[in-house]
Design a protein around this ligand. Structure first.
Ligand code: 13P
Ligand code: SF4
Length: 302
């Protein structure tokens, strides 16, 4: 353990803090985390931890979800500018228009969204539970925000529903190109292709498995295959290699890096623990109204 890691350990105890990290953050941050997971796991575990302070090593929508679910805890986001651009890619006015147009409408909001957007949702979902949750909804008409690719991927498996899509996207996943994926598959014909549903359809249709970051890690760990082509952010390589030292993992095309996830560093975690800043502060109304769709997600995902 190096000096910075030791400082995090000491401060965690001093401040009664717990560290939650997403699989896309830097390796050294994953190494010091108490809990690592996909967005669903992080929101669920945030409701169970006992410590007074949660240090959320991820992007702001993850910190906001932890705060909405735990209004009495301090939630620190070590870099206040670590934000997911997709979280802002839906318009409140458009939600109102859709509600007027379709009587029987469920607004399904991917957790990669601002707290404000969540206040207008009937239910939240993550990539690991979206199919199960949307299938369980009584509504026929589904307005899926903000991610179009995840929406279309789920819609393809639920022909009984009428989906209305929004045009949000993840710049990291949509940058994965089919020609690059095909080229790497040609050179590694035995490799299985595992991708995130934020990828474009031309990518998901080539995949052996499509799922959340946790799903990808679990699939690779349980599969008999020895080689895998990974279509998501490169941070997952840390856990993939750790759990599967004898297997080989290749990036699907160019190395995919989420610049916002990489903003979280050990130095910033130390600074946040020392100063108690930056912390997630939500407008009272947003915190209160966004609680119900998140809780509904946790219940329907069980
Ligand atoms: P997961 O919920 O699969 O971890 O995905 C979060 C995310 O931001 C994907 O880009
Ligand atoms: Fe947002 Fe994409 Fe980064 Fe995930 S990988 S946090 S969706 S920008």
């Amino acid at each position: 353990m190096n000096e910075k890691m030791a400082a995090v350990e000491r401060l965690k105890k001093e401040k009664d803090a717990v560290i939650l990290a997403h699989y896309y953050v830097r390796d050294e941050v994953q190494e010091i985390a108490d809990y690592i997971g996909d967005s669903y796991y992080l929101s669920e575990i945030a409701t169970k931890v006992k410590e007074k302070t949660i240090v959320l090593c991820g992007v702001s929508f993850m910190g906001e979800s932890a705060k909405i679910l735990n209004p009495d805890k301090v939630v620190l986001l070590p870099d206040a500018h670590a934000d997911c651009p997709m979280a802002h890619m839906a318009a409140v006015e458009k939600i109102g228009e859709m509600r007027e147009k379709y009587g029987d409408l469920a607004v399904v909001c991917y957790v990669n969204s601002t707290a404000e957007l969540k206040t207008h949702a009937d239910v939240c979902v993550t990539s690991s539970n979206a199919l199960k949750i949307v299938r369980a909804l009584p509504n026929k008409n589904i307005y899926f925000i903000p991610d179009e690719n995840l929406g279309r991927y789920i819609a393809g498996q639920l022909p009984e529903k009428n989906f209305i899509f929004n045009d949000g996207y993840c710049h990291v996943h949509t940058a994965i190109r089919r020609e690059d994926l095909e080229k790497i598959k040609e050179s590694r014909p035995k490799a299985e292709i595992l991708v995130h549903p934020e990828c474009r359809e031309e990518i998901t249709e080539l995949a052996d498995y499509v799922g959340s970051t946790s799903g990808i890690i679990q699939y690779a760990t349980e599969s008999d295959a020895k080689e895998f082509i990974i279509g998501t952010e490169m941070g997952v390589m840390y856990e993939l290699q750790k759990r599967n030292p004898d297997k080989r993992f290749y990036a699907a095309g160019n190395t995919q890096i989420c610049p916002n996830m990489k903003k979280i560093t050990l130095e910033k975690i130390i600074g946040a623990l020392e100063s108690g800043q930056p912390r997630i502060e939500l407008e009272e109304e947003f915190g209160r109204k966004a609680h119900a769709p998140l809780i509904r997600m946790l219940e329907l995902a069980k």
